[in-house]
Write a protein that binds this ligand. Structure first.
Ligand SMILES: Cc1cc2nc3c(=O)[nH]c(=O)nc-3n(C[C@H](O)[C@H](O)[C@H](O)COP(=O)(O)OP(=O)(O)OC[C@H]3O[C@@H](n4cnc5c(N)ncnc54)[C@H](O)[C@@H]3O)c2cc1C
Length: 429
């Protein structure tokens, strides 16, 4: 435990949240939300409706990080390690997807500006020691007076789906107990504007992804610079940029998990023993439903908007919803969204209660929710007709935002690869 009271509190929260979610009896699965879950859902929904939605169009047009909205979220305690710890602590696993769905229902670009930090936090939480969690997680968020964001940098220009192709190197300088990082990261959410960057680098390229390690780059470290900012189709309130690492030196203590653990792991792999790739796979599977829940929020927003529109809009002397083609489209949207939510909740529950993802249920949830979001938002545009195609109405923004959910955090094709390998045991290519 740290001497610093703020850090000690953070350590306690993350350690409690990291506790065995299954408990001795295991969490009971129910679709009936408990009072805490309902309260959190309503609280996040209120923020999404009152603060996020009214700001959505402006920040999409500006294509800038909506710092005032992040600050509002920090002021009410929605942006910060306490909130994330509270969401994680729910041993049914449902609170995190529920909160994400509500926030992204408000707006996905702003939602990602608020939740993007959690990618880096999840890496520190998943791979860091208790001390590293306590030190770095609070710094990822800053505080309500001066909020900060964090970035998780894995992708590179030549290493997207093929994560094993990462070229950024980390070399250990034993004399100074420092790691020296060199390379270029691509597509980093909050890249360059973050205080804390978590960077995946290779310490031994021959070992491919088994030679990777994660490093924290502390705020203001020399040699860590933002490259080009990406102009995007959607999610435009969320900053995306390249990050350049040029002889970037960080203390030895910035290697997540510590050197001893890394050396042991590398030795095991070099001896030809199985590494913990299975554990990494479990981690991915456990984080995917949260991403799926974000897509669900967008899909639900588009569904609700187009349902109301279809009841109001009159053509040929009647509301357009009186036509089966419109009403059936809405019925299918509702059904697909609910089906996707069930997959998301199942995978979230499995992840939190330590079930084995034998059929890649986490990938299933992200794949389904992402594709439902793209399809539903496209349907919503169709239901609004010409209005749907304009920036005067929000569904075209929702459609632009939804598309990223078949691309990042593993494309739809990669999710299908993971699922097909899991169900068949065959190394499908
Ligand atoms: C807005 C945005 C934010 C992002 N945020 C982050 C971030 O914070 N941190 C980070 O590290 N990365 C981030 N990314 C990167 C993202 O994870 C990658 O874009 C994604 O993994 C896909 O990689 P790629 O773009 O290189 O596509 P590629 O890997 O080049 O894929 C191109 C196409 O080929 C297909 N394909 C590739 N391999 C196969 C295969 N074996 N079988 C079948 N099809 C295949 C893909 O499915 C895709 O359709 C972000 C990207 C975007 C656009």
């Amino acid at each position: 435990m740290s001497d610093n009271p703020a850090v000690a509190e953070a350590e306690q929260i993350v350690n409690e949240a990291a506790g065995d979610g299954a408990g001795s009896e295991g969490p009971k699965f129910t679709l009936e939300l408990n009072q805490d879950q309902q309260d959190i859902r309503d609280w996040v929904h209120g923020f999404a409706e009152g603060v996020v939605r009214p700001a959505a169009e402006e920040w999409d047009e500006r294509e800038e990080t909506p710092w005032p909205v992040i600050q509002e979220a920090a002021k009410i305690g929605l942006y910060g390690f306490e909130a994330l710890g509270q969401f994680w602590a729910d041993d049914t696993g449902l609170t995190l997807p529920i909160a994400n769905e509500e926030l992204f229902w408000g707006d996905a670009g702003i939602g990602m500006a608020i939740m993007g930090t959690s990618l880096a936090v999840a890496a520190i939480f998943g791979q860091g020691t208790g001390e590293q969690m306590g030190e770095w997680i609070p710094q990822c968020f800053g505080d309500a007076d001066d909020p900060k964001v964090a970035a998780f940098c894995s992708s590179e220009p030549d290493a997207g789906s093929d994560v094993a192709a990462i070229r950024t190197t980390a070399k250990y300088d034993e004399a100074n107990d420092e790691w020296v990082l060199n390379g270029q990261k691509a597509w980093a959410t909050n890249g360059g504007i973050a205080d804390v960057h978590v960077v995946i680098a290779t310490v031994d390229r021959e070992l491919k992804s088994r030679g990777h390690a994660a490093f924290v780059i502390p705020p203001g470290t020399k040699g860590c610079e933002q490259g080009a900012k990406v102009k995007k189709h959607g999610l435009r309130a969320s900053h995306t940029a390249d990050v350049h690492l040029d002889d970037c030196r960080v203390p030895g203590s910035c290697l997540l998990g510590g050197k001893e653990k890394l050396d042991e792991r590398l030795a095991r792999v070099r001896e030809g023993k199985r590494s913990k790739s299975q554990a990494a796979m479990q981690t991915f599977e456990a984080s995917r439903p949260t991403v799926g829940a974000q897509a669900l929020g967008i899909a639900r927003a588009a569904y609700e908007y187009s349902l109301e529109y279809a009841k109001e809009r009159r053509q040929f002397g009647k509301a357009i919803i009186e036509n089966q083609s419109i009403a059936f489209a809405l019925a299918d949207m509702k059904m697909e969204i609910d089906a996707a939510r069930l997959l998301v909740w199942r995978a979230a529950w499995m992840g939190r209660s330590g079930q084995k993802f034998e059929n890649a249920e986490g990938s299933m949830s992200k794949l389904k929710a992402g594709e439902v979001a793209v399809w539903s938002t496209e349907r919503a545009i169709q239901i609004l007709g010409g209005n749907g195609y304009t920036r005067e109405f929000p569904v075209e923004r929702m459609h632009r935002d939804a598309k990223i959910y078949t691309i990042f955090e593993g494309t739809s094709e990669i999710q299908r690869l993971v699922i097909s390998r899991a169900i068949s045991g065959v190394h499908v290519k």
